[in-house]
Design a protein around this ligand. Structure first.
Ligand SMILES: [Zn+2]
Length: 230
C-alpha cells in the first residue's frame, strides 16, 4: 500500500470517529440538573392560606409534582432542597445550591399582602451585582462572563415561565422583577423565584388550594424547563 493510500485510510477512520462521537454525544445529550426549592418548611410556615394550610405546604406539593412531571426525562434531573416538612434557613439552602451546582435554581413561593385585590403570579430573577473583590483582571473577566451568562439565562427562563403561566392564568401575570433573594445572593447560578399567587386574594387562594391548579402550575413549570434546555 502506498503511503498516500495509508494516509487516506487513516484520515477516513479519524473523520468517521469524529462523526460518531459527535452524533453519540448529541443523542445522549448533557444531563441538566434543576434544583427546585420549595420555600419555607417546618416551623417557618410562610403565609397562611386557610386552617392548617400554609405556603410551605403549597410550595412542597408543587415541587414534588414538578419532579414527578419530569421523572421520565433522561436529560433532566430534578433535585429538591427539601422533600418533607422540615425547617431550613437560607444558609442551609445556599449550601445545597453550592454543593449541587445546578444548571438552574427555581424557588417556589406563595405571595401575600398588598391588599385583598392584589392577585396573580410574579417572577423574580437575581441582579448578579458585581462583588467588590481584589482578584486579578483575568479572574475578574471570567467572573464577569459567568455573571453575564447567569443573567441572560435567568431572564430567558423568566420569559419562558411567564409565557407558560400566562397562558394558564390569562391577564394574571404581574411581570418580571429583578431582585435578589438571601438564598442566591452572591452565587453565580441562574435562578428564578416564582410567586405562584396571593394567599390574601380569595380567588387565588381557592386556586392554590386545589390539587388541579397545583398540578397545572407544575406542568407549566416542567414544560418551561424542557423549553429552556431545548
Ligand atoms: Zn415565601
Amino acid at each position: 500500500m502506498s503511503n498516500k493510500k495509508k494516509i487516506f485510510i487513516l484520515l477516513g477512520v479519524v473523520i468517521s470517529l469524529i462523526i460518531l462521537t459527535a452524533s453519540g454525544s448529541f443523542a445522549a445529550g448533557k444531563k441538566r440538573i434543576i434544583l427546585i426549592d420549595p420555600a419555607h418548611g417546618g416551623k417557618e410556615q410562610g403565609v397562611k392560606l386557610t386552617g392548617d394550610v400554609y405556603e410551605k405546604n403549597i410550595t412542597l406539593a408543587v415541587a414534588l409534582a414538578v419532579k414527578k412531571e419530569l421523572a421520565g426525562e433522561n436529560n433532566i434531573e430534578i433535585i429538591l432542597t427539601r422533600d418533607s416538612d422540615k425547617t431550613m434557613d437560607p444558609e442551609e439552602r445556599k449550601k445545597i445550591i453550592e454543593k449541587v451546582n445546578p444548571d438552574f435554581f427555581i424557588s417556589l413561593h406563595v405571595n401575600g399582602g398588598f391588599g385583598k385585590d392584589a392577585s396573580g403570579f410574579e417572577l423574580y430573577y437575581p441582579t448578579f451585582a458585581e462583588e467588590m473583590s481584589a482578584e486579578g483582571k483575568a479572574a475578574k473577566d471570567s467572573k464577569a462572563q459567568l455573571r453575564n451568562k447567569c443573567q441572560n439565562d435567568s431572564l430567558k427562563m423568566a420569559k419562558v415561565v411567564q409565557d407558560n403561566l400566562g397562558s394558564l392564568f390569562p391577564r394574571k401575570g404581574r411581570g418580571l422583577r429583578k431582585a435578589d433573594s438571601p438564598v442566591t445572593e452572591n452565587l453565580l447560578v441562574p435562578a428564578l423565584s416564582v410567586e405562584m399567587g396571593f394567599a390574601t386574594n380569595s380567588e387565588d387562594k381557592k386556586k392554590l388550594l386545589s390539587v388541579k391548579t397545583q398540578t397545572d402550575i407544575a406542568k407549566s413549570l416542567a414544560k418551561s424547563v424542557k423549553t429552556f434546555f431545548r
